[in-house]
Design a protein around this ligand. Sequence first.
Ligand SMILES: NC(=O)N[C@@H](CC(=O)O)C(=O)O
Ligand SMILES: [Zn+2]
Ligand SMILES: [Zn+2]
Length: 428
Amino acid sequence: MNYLLKNGMILTENGEMQKSDIRIKSGKIYEVGTHLENHGEKEISADSYLVTPGFLDLHIHLREPGGEHKETIDTGTLAAAKGGFTTVAPMPNTKPVPDTPEQMEWLHKRIKETAHVRVLPYASITMNQAGDELTDFAGLKRAGAFAFTDDGVGVQTASVMHEAMKRAAAQDMAIVAHCEDNSLIYGGAYHEGEFTKKHGISGIPSICESVQIARDVLLAESTNCHYHVCHISTKESVRVVREAKKAGIKVTAEVTPHHLLLCDEDIPSLDTNYKMNPPLRGKADQKALIEGLLDGTIDFIATDHAPHAAEEKAKGYASAPFGIVGLETAFPLLYTNFVEKGIFTLKQLVDWLTIKPAESFKLPYGTLKIGASADIILLDLQNEKTIDPAQFLSKGKNTPFTNWNCKGWPVATFVDGELKWSDGGAFE
Ligand SMILES: NC(=O)N[C@@H](CC(=O)O)C(=O)O
Ligand SMILES: [Zn+2]
Ligand SMILES: [Zn+2]
Protein backbone atom coordinates (compact mmCIF):
# COMPACT_ATOMS: atom_id res chain seq x y z
CA MET A 1 0.00 0.00 0.00
CA ASN A 2 1.14 3.58 -0.70
CA TYR A 3 0.71 6.25 1.98
CA LEU A 4 0.48 10.00 2.21
CA LEU A 5 1.50 11.29 5.63
CA LYS A 6 -0.08 14.71 6.02
CA ASN A 7 1.09 17.66 8.09
CA GLY A 8 3.67 16.00 10.30
CA MET A 9 6.50 17.96 11.87
CA ILE A 10 9.87 17.03 10.42
CA LEU A 11 13.26 18.22 11.59
CA THR A 12 15.23 20.29 9.10
CA GLU A 13 19.03 20.14 8.79
CA ASN A 14 19.40 23.02 11.25
CA GLY A 15 17.07 21.37 13.74
CA GLU A 16 13.93 23.41 13.15
CA MET A 17 10.47 21.88 12.94
CA GLN A 18 8.75 22.14 9.60
CA LYS A 19 5.21 21.01 8.72
CA SER A 20 5.52 18.60 5.81
CA ASP A 21 3.77 15.87 3.89
CA ILE A 22 5.53 12.67 2.90
CA ARG A 23 4.48 10.49 0.00
CA ILE A 24 5.45 6.81 0.34
CA LYS A 25 5.42 4.85 -2.90
CA SER A 26 6.58 1.25 -3.48
CA GLY A 27 8.29 1.16 -0.09
CA LYS A 28 10.37 4.28 -0.74
CA ILE A 29 10.20 7.93 0.22
CA TYR A 30 8.89 9.40 -3.00
CA GLU A 31 8.18 13.04 -2.23
CA VAL A 32 8.49 15.41 0.75
CA GLY A 33 6.82 18.81 0.62
CA THR A 34 3.79 20.86 1.56
CA HIS A 35 0.24 20.61 0.20
CA LEU A 36 0.93 17.33 -1.57
CA GLU A 37 -2.16 16.10 -3.40
CA ASN A 38 -3.49 12.65 -2.80
CA HIS A 39 -2.81 10.38 -5.76
CA GLY A 40 -4.87 7.49 -4.41
CA GLU A 41 -2.69 6.79 -1.36
CA LYS A 42 -3.99 5.90 2.07
CA GLU A 43 -3.88 9.22 3.87
CA ILE A 44 -2.70 9.48 7.46
CA SER A 45 -2.96 12.66 9.46
CA ALA A 46 0.39 13.18 11.17
CA ASP A 47 -0.78 16.51 12.56
CA SER A 48 0.69 17.08 16.02
CA TYR A 49 3.30 14.33 15.61
CA LEU A 50 7.02 14.51 15.02
CA VAL A 51 7.91 12.46 11.93
CA THR A 52 11.47 11.10 11.83
CA PRO A 53 13.41 8.35 10.11
CA GLY A 54 12.95 5.02 11.89
CA PHE A 55 15.55 4.44 14.59
CA LEU A 56 18.45 2.01 14.25
CA ASP A 57 19.53 -0.07 17.22
CA LEU A 58 22.79 -1.78 16.35
CA HIS A 59 23.05 -3.62 19.67
CA ILE A 60 20.21 -5.85 20.81
CA HIS A 61 19.68 -9.45 21.93
CA LEU A 62 16.88 -11.48 20.35
CA ARG A 63 17.74 -14.80 22.07
CA GLU A 64 16.63 -16.96 19.13
CA PRO A 65 17.80 -19.67 18.71
CA GLY A 66 18.13 -21.30 22.10
CA GLY A 67 16.68 -18.67 24.45
CA GLU A 68 13.11 -18.44 23.18
CA HIS A 69 11.72 -18.28 26.72
CA LYS A 70 13.47 -14.87 27.05
CA GLU A 71 12.70 -13.46 23.59
CA THR A 72 12.21 -14.50 19.98
CA ILE A 73 12.84 -12.78 16.67
CA ASP A 74 9.06 -12.26 16.54
CA THR A 75 8.59 -10.72 20.01
CA GLY A 76 11.85 -8.76 20.02
CA THR A 77 11.27 -7.13 16.66
CA LEU A 78 7.67 -6.29 17.59
CA ALA A 79 9.08 -4.58 20.70
CA ALA A 80 11.53 -2.80 18.39
CA ALA A 81 8.71 -1.55 16.15
CA LYS A 82 6.82 -0.31 19.22
CA GLY A 83 9.93 1.56 20.31
CA GLY A 84 10.32 3.25 16.90
CA PHE A 85 13.22 1.04 15.77
CA THR A 86 13.05 -0.03 12.13
CA THR A 87 16.50 -1.61 11.88
CA VAL A 88 18.06 -3.75 14.59
CA ALA A 89 21.25 -5.77 14.84
CA PRO A 90 21.06 -8.81 17.11
CA MET A 91 24.12 -10.12 18.90
CA PRO A 92 25.38 -13.67 18.33
CA ASN A 93 25.35 -14.93 21.93
CA THR A 94 22.60 -17.42 21.09
CA LYS A 95 22.56 -21.23 21.23
CA PRO A 96 23.93 -22.16 18.79
CA VAL A 97 26.09 -19.16 17.98
CA PRO A 98 25.94 -17.97 14.33
CA ASP A 99 29.54 -19.00 13.68
CA THR A 100 29.17 -20.81 10.36
CA PRO A 101 27.66 -19.75 7.01
CA GLU A 102 25.01 -22.49 7.44
CA GLN A 103 23.95 -21.10 10.82
CA MET A 104 23.83 -17.58 9.37
CA GLU A 105 21.67 -18.79 6.49
CA TRP A 106 19.30 -20.45 8.97
CA LEU A 107 19.08 -17.20 10.93
CA HIS A 108 18.22 -15.20 7.81
CA LYS A 109 15.47 -17.70 7.01
CA ARG A 110 13.96 -17.26 10.49
CA ILE A 111 14.25 -13.48 10.18
CA LYS A 112 12.45 -13.58 6.85
CA GLU A 113 9.68 -15.71 8.33
CA THR A 114 9.13 -13.89 11.62
CA ALA A 115 10.72 -10.42 11.89
CA HIS A 116 8.62 -7.24 12.03
CA VAL A 117 11.50 -4.83 11.29
CA ARG A 118 14.76 -5.03 9.36
CA VAL A 119 17.25 -7.32 11.10
CA LEU A 120 21.01 -7.25 10.45
CA PRO A 121 22.49 -10.19 12.34
CA TYR A 122 26.02 -10.24 13.67
CA ALA A 123 28.24 -13.29 13.26
CA SER A 124 30.70 -14.20 15.97
CA ILE A 125 34.42 -13.46 15.79
CA THR A 126 35.38 -16.83 17.25
CA MET A 127 33.84 -20.30 17.07
CA ASN A 128 31.19 -20.61 19.79
CA GLN A 129 32.46 -17.24 21.09
CA ALA A 130 35.13 -19.23 22.89
CA GLY A 131 37.88 -16.76 22.03
CA ASP A 132 40.28 -19.11 20.19
CA GLU A 133 39.46 -20.16 16.66
CA LEU A 134 38.32 -17.49 14.20
CA THR A 135 35.16 -18.02 12.19
CA ASP A 136 35.00 -18.08 8.37
CA PHE A 137 34.73 -14.32 7.81
CA ALA A 138 34.40 -14.50 4.01
CA GLY A 139 31.78 -17.26 4.17
CA LEU A 140 29.82 -15.48 6.90
CA LYS A 141 29.88 -12.22 4.95
CA ARG A 142 28.52 -14.04 1.89
CA ALA A 143 25.81 -15.60 4.07
CA GLY A 144 24.70 -12.12 5.18
CA ALA A 145 26.56 -11.31 8.39
CA PHE A 146 26.37 -7.61 9.27
CA ALA A 147 29.67 -7.44 11.20
CA PHE A 148 31.67 -9.58 13.64
CA THR A 149 31.42 -9.54 17.42
CA ASP A 150 31.71 -11.85 20.42
CA ASP A 151 29.37 -9.65 22.47
CA GLY A 152 28.73 -11.11 25.89
CA VAL A 153 32.45 -11.76 26.38
CA GLY A 154 35.63 -9.90 25.57
CA VAL A 155 38.20 -11.37 23.18
CA GLN A 156 40.89 -12.12 25.74
CA THR A 157 43.94 -12.73 23.58
CA ALA A 158 45.59 -9.88 21.68
CA SER A 159 46.83 -12.15 18.89
CA VAL A 160 43.30 -13.47 18.26
CA MET A 161 41.94 -9.92 18.07
CA HIS A 162 44.84 -8.88 15.84
CA GLU A 163 44.19 -11.66 13.34
CA ALA A 164 40.41 -10.99 13.49
CA MET A 165 40.97 -7.33 12.61
CA LYS A 166 43.28 -8.22 9.71
CA ARG A 167 40.68 -10.56 8.26
CA ALA A 168 37.77 -8.19 8.90
CA ALA A 169 39.63 -5.33 7.21
CA ALA A 170 40.29 -7.56 4.19
CA GLN A 171 36.51 -8.17 3.95
CA ASP A 172 35.67 -4.49 4.54
CA MET A 173 33.75 -5.56 7.66
CA ALA A 174 33.77 -4.11 11.17
CA ILE A 175 34.91 -5.69 14.43
CA VAL A 176 32.41 -4.81 17.16
CA ALA A 177 33.75 -5.35 20.64
CA HIS A 178 32.41 -6.08 24.08
CA CYS A 179 35.47 -4.97 26.05
CA GLU A 180 36.13 -6.84 29.25
CA ASP A 181 39.50 -8.20 30.38
CA ASN A 182 38.62 -11.22 32.51
CA SER A 183 42.00 -11.23 34.25
CA LEU A 184 41.02 -7.96 35.96
CA ILE A 185 37.67 -9.19 37.30
CA TYR A 186 37.20 -11.08 40.52
CA GLY A 187 33.46 -11.62 40.42
CA GLY A 188 30.89 -8.99 41.20
CA ALA A 189 27.56 -7.84 39.84
CA TYR A 190 27.92 -4.04 40.13
CA HIS A 191 30.58 -1.41 39.44
CA GLU A 192 33.47 -1.29 41.89
CA GLY A 193 32.66 2.05 43.50
CA GLU A 194 30.27 3.77 45.90
CA PHE A 195 27.56 1.14 45.74
CA THR A 196 29.79 -1.91 46.28
CA LYS A 197 31.64 -0.09 49.06
CA LYS A 198 28.34 0.63 50.82
CA HIS A 199 27.26 -3.00 50.58
CA GLY A 200 30.69 -4.48 51.29
CA ILE A 201 30.69 -6.60 48.14
CA SER A 202 33.26 -7.07 45.37
CA GLY A 203 32.78 -5.04 42.22
CA ILE A 204 33.63 -4.86 38.50
CA PRO A 205 36.48 -2.36 38.05
CA SER A 206 36.53 0.28 35.31
CA ILE A 207 39.95 -0.84 34.07
CA CYS A 208 38.67 -4.19 32.82
CA GLU A 209 36.93 -2.24 30.04
CA SER A 210 39.33 0.61 29.30
CA VAL A 211 42.45 -1.59 29.19
CA GLN A 212 40.96 -3.74 26.46
CA ILE A 213 39.79 -0.72 24.43
CA ALA A 214 43.32 0.72 24.66
CA ARG A 215 44.77 -2.55 23.34
CA ASP A 216 42.19 -2.75 20.56
CA VAL A 217 42.52 0.79 19.19
CA LEU A 218 46.23 0.10 18.70
CA LEU A 219 45.41 -3.16 16.92
CA ALA A 220 42.88 -1.27 14.80
CA GLU A 221 45.54 1.27 13.91
CA SER A 222 47.98 -1.41 12.80
CA THR A 223 45.37 -3.29 10.73
CA ASN A 224 43.33 -0.32 9.44
CA CYS A 225 40.19 -2.12 10.61
CA HIS A 226 36.91 -0.38 11.52
CA TYR A 227 36.72 -1.07 15.23
CA HIS A 228 33.50 -0.35 17.13
CA VAL A 229 33.21 -0.24 20.92
CA CYS A 230 30.00 -1.68 22.41
CA HIS A 231 28.25 -0.09 25.40
CA ILE A 232 31.12 2.23 26.46
CA SER A 233 30.76 2.92 30.17
CA THR A 234 33.80 4.54 31.81
CA LYS A 235 35.48 7.93 31.68
CA GLU A 236 38.85 6.30 30.90
CA SER A 237 37.30 4.46 27.94
CA VAL A 238 35.90 7.74 26.61
CA ARG A 239 39.34 9.32 26.88
CA VAL A 240 40.99 6.43 25.03
CA VAL A 241 38.45 6.62 22.19
CA ARG A 242 38.77 10.41 22.00
CA GLU A 243 42.57 10.15 21.67
CA ALA A 244 42.30 7.32 19.14
CA LYS A 245 39.95 9.39 16.97
CA LYS A 246 42.38 12.30 17.17
CA ALA A 247 45.13 9.97 15.94
CA GLY A 248 43.00 9.08 12.91
CA ILE A 249 42.18 5.53 13.99
CA LYS A 250 38.94 4.13 12.54
CA VAL A 251 37.12 3.74 15.84
CA THR A 252 33.44 4.29 16.62
CA ALA A 253 31.56 3.84 19.89
CA GLU A 254 28.04 3.47 21.22
CA VAL A 255 26.50 4.24 24.61
CA THR A 256 23.29 2.87 26.11
CA PRO A 257 20.37 4.92 27.47
CA HIS A 258 20.86 3.39 30.94
CA HIS A 259 24.50 4.43 31.20
CA LEU A 260 23.47 7.97 30.22
CA LEU A 261 20.54 8.06 32.64
CA LEU A 262 21.87 6.31 35.73
CA CYS A 263 25.00 5.84 37.82
CA ASP A 264 25.79 3.49 40.70
CA GLU A 265 24.56 6.05 43.23
CA ASP A 266 21.06 5.64 41.77
CA ILE A 267 20.89 1.92 42.57
CA PRO A 268 18.42 1.64 45.46
CA SER A 269 19.25 -1.88 46.66
CA LEU A 270 20.72 -5.18 45.47
CA ASP A 271 18.01 -5.15 42.80
CA THR A 272 18.78 -7.26 39.71
CA ASN A 273 16.96 -4.78 37.46
CA TYR A 274 20.08 -2.65 37.97
CA LYS A 275 22.42 -5.52 37.12
CA MET A 276 23.81 -5.30 33.61
CA ASN A 277 27.15 -5.60 31.87
CA PRO A 278 28.93 -3.26 31.81
CA PRO A 279 27.54 -2.11 35.14
CA LEU A 280 26.19 1.35 35.94
CA ARG A 281 29.41 3.23 36.70
CA GLY A 282 30.18 6.21 38.91
CA LYS A 283 28.77 9.72 38.60
CA ALA A 284 31.96 11.02 36.92
CA ASP A 285 31.70 8.24 34.33
CA GLN A 286 28.07 9.12 33.58
CA LYS A 287 29.11 12.74 33.06
CA ALA A 288 31.97 11.71 30.76
CA LEU A 289 29.59 9.62 28.63
CA ILE A 290 27.25 12.58 28.16
CA GLU A 291 30.21 14.81 27.27
CA GLY A 292 31.57 12.14 24.94
CA LEU A 293 28.30 12.02 23.03
CA LEU A 294 28.10 15.80 22.83
CA ASP A 295 31.66 16.21 21.50
CA GLY A 296 31.38 13.36 18.99
CA THR A 297 33.72 10.92 20.73
CA ILE A 298 30.75 8.59 21.11
CA ASP A 299 28.99 8.18 17.79
CA PHE A 300 25.52 6.94 18.63
CA ILE A 301 23.12 5.35 21.09
CA ALA A 302 22.25 1.63 21.18
CA THR A 303 20.03 0.00 23.79
CA ASP A 304 21.77 -3.35 24.45
CA HIS A 305 18.22 -4.69 24.88
CA ALA A 306 18.95 -7.82 26.94
CA PRO A 307 15.74 -9.62 27.93
CA HIS A 308 15.78 -12.28 30.64
CA ALA A 309 12.98 -14.34 32.20
CA ALA A 310 11.53 -13.09 35.50
CA GLU A 311 12.54 -16.26 37.35
CA GLU A 312 16.15 -15.85 36.16
CA LYS A 313 16.27 -12.23 37.34
CA ALA A 314 14.72 -13.33 40.68
CA LYS A 315 17.75 -15.50 41.51
CA GLY A 316 19.41 -12.86 43.65
CA TYR A 317 22.05 -10.31 42.76
CA ALA A 318 25.02 -12.68 42.68
CA SER A 319 23.59 -15.28 40.30
CA ALA A 320 20.93 -13.46 38.24
CA PRO A 321 22.03 -12.87 34.62
CA PHE A 322 23.31 -9.45 33.52
CA GLY A 323 21.07 -7.35 31.30
CA ILE A 324 18.00 -5.13 31.04
CA VAL A 325 15.49 -4.49 28.24
CA GLY A 326 15.57 -1.20 26.38
CA LEU A 327 13.78 -1.14 23.03
CA GLU A 328 10.39 0.10 24.23
CA THR A 329 11.61 2.86 26.53
CA ALA A 330 14.72 4.32 24.87
CA PHE A 331 13.31 7.34 23.08
CA PRO A 332 10.77 8.44 25.72
CA LEU A 333 13.40 8.20 28.47
CA LEU A 334 16.03 10.13 26.54
CA TYR A 335 13.60 12.70 25.21
CA THR A 336 12.12 13.42 28.64
CA ASN A 337 15.35 13.42 30.64
CA PHE A 338 17.74 15.05 28.18
CA VAL A 339 15.84 16.98 25.50
CA GLU A 340 13.12 18.42 27.72
CA LYS A 341 15.81 19.43 30.21
CA GLY A 342 17.85 21.19 27.54
CA ILE A 343 20.93 18.92 27.74
CA PHE A 344 20.52 17.50 24.22
CA THR A 345 18.68 19.08 21.33
CA LEU A 346 15.93 17.07 19.71
CA LYS A 347 17.99 16.98 16.49
CA GLN A 348 21.01 15.57 18.33
CA LEU A 349 18.95 12.84 19.96
CA VAL A 350 17.22 11.86 16.72
CA ASP A 351 20.57 11.85 14.87
CA TRP A 352 22.15 9.57 17.49
CA LEU A 353 19.35 7.08 16.84
CA THR A 354 19.21 7.42 13.04
CA ILE A 355 21.84 8.91 10.75
CA LYS A 356 24.76 8.50 13.16
CA PRO A 357 24.56 4.71 13.53
CA ALA A 358 23.73 4.45 9.80
CA GLU A 359 26.80 6.46 8.78
CA SER A 360 29.06 4.68 11.26
CA PHE A 361 28.33 1.39 9.47
CA LYS A 362 27.74 2.80 5.95
CA LEU A 363 24.07 1.79 6.00
CA PRO A 364 21.61 3.54 3.66
CA TYR A 365 18.99 3.99 6.42
CA GLY A 366 18.15 6.62 9.03
CA THR A 367 17.19 9.34 6.54
CA LEU A 368 14.07 10.88 4.97
CA LYS A 369 15.89 11.58 1.69
CA ILE A 370 13.99 10.95 -1.53
CA GLY A 371 14.56 7.39 -2.72
CA ALA A 372 15.46 6.04 0.72
CA SER A 373 13.59 3.06 2.18
CA ALA A 374 10.41 4.40 3.78
CA ASP A 375 11.46 3.63 7.35
CA ILE A 376 9.45 6.31 9.11
CA ILE A 377 8.06 6.80 12.60
CA LEU A 378 5.53 9.12 14.18
CA LEU A 379 6.28 10.33 17.71
CA ASP A 380 3.94 11.97 20.19
CA LEU A 381 5.93 14.57 22.13
CA GLN A 382 2.96 15.72 24.24
CA ASN A 383 1.28 12.73 25.83
CA GLU A 384 2.84 11.71 29.14
CA LYS A 385 2.72 8.06 30.17
CA THR A 386 4.23 5.96 32.92
CA ILE A 387 6.55 3.08 32.08
CA ASP A 388 4.77 -0.16 32.88
CA PRO A 389 6.65 -3.38 32.02
CA ALA A 390 3.33 -5.27 31.91
CA GLN A 391 2.63 -3.32 28.70
CA PHE A 392 5.88 -4.35 26.99
CA LEU A 393 5.62 -6.46 23.85
CA SER A 394 9.04 -7.88 24.66
CA LYS A 395 9.00 -11.06 26.73
CA GLY A 396 11.57 -9.35 28.96
CA LYS A 397 10.16 -7.14 31.71
CA ASN A 398 13.51 -6.49 33.42
CA THR A 399 13.94 -2.71 33.59
CA PRO A 400 15.04 -0.24 36.28
CA PHE A 401 12.72 2.40 34.78
CA THR A 402 9.33 1.14 36.02
CA ASN A 403 7.02 4.04 36.92
CA TRP A 404 9.17 6.71 35.26
CA ASN A 405 6.93 9.31 33.59
CA CYS A 406 7.85 10.06 29.99
CA LYS A 407 6.80 11.92 26.92
CA GLY A 408 7.91 11.07 23.39
CA TRP A 409 6.04 7.84 22.74
CA PRO A 410 6.08 6.36 19.22
CA VAL A 411 2.59 6.03 17.74
CA ALA A 412 3.28 4.44 14.33
CA THR A 413 6.20 2.65 12.70
CA PHE A 414 6.68 2.06 8.98
CA VAL A 415 9.37 -0.24 7.62
CA ASP A 416 9.97 -0.23 3.86
CA GLY A 417 6.69 1.65 3.52
CA GLU A 418 4.65 -0.91 5.45
CA LEU A 419 2.89 -0.08 8.70
CA LYS A 420 4.47 -2.57 11.13
CA TRP A 421 3.11 -1.28 14.40
CA SER A 422 0.79 1.46 15.65
CA ASP A 423 -0.78 2.30 18.98
CA GLY A 424 -4.19 1.91 17.34
CA GLY A 425 -6.54 4.81 16.82
CA ALA A 426 -6.14 6.66 13.55
CA PHE A 427 -3.61 4.25 12.08
CA GLU A 428 -5.53 1.01 11.70
N1 LIG B 1 24.51 -6.47 28.54
C1 LIG B 1 24.18 -7.44 29.35
O1 LIG B 1 24.12 -7.20 30.55
N2 LIG B 1 23.89 -8.68 28.92
C2 LIG B 1 23.97 -9.15 27.59
C3 LIG B 1 25.36 -9.44 27.15
C4 LIG B 1 26.17 -8.24 26.78
O2 LIG B 1 25.71 -7.30 26.14
O3 LIG B 1 27.37 -8.21 27.06
C5 LIG B 1 23.09 -10.38 27.47
O4 LIG B 1 23.19 -11.10 26.47
O5 LIG B 1 22.24 -10.61 28.35
ZN1 LIG C 1 28.26 -6.76 25.81
ZN1 LIG D 1 24.90 -6.89 24.41
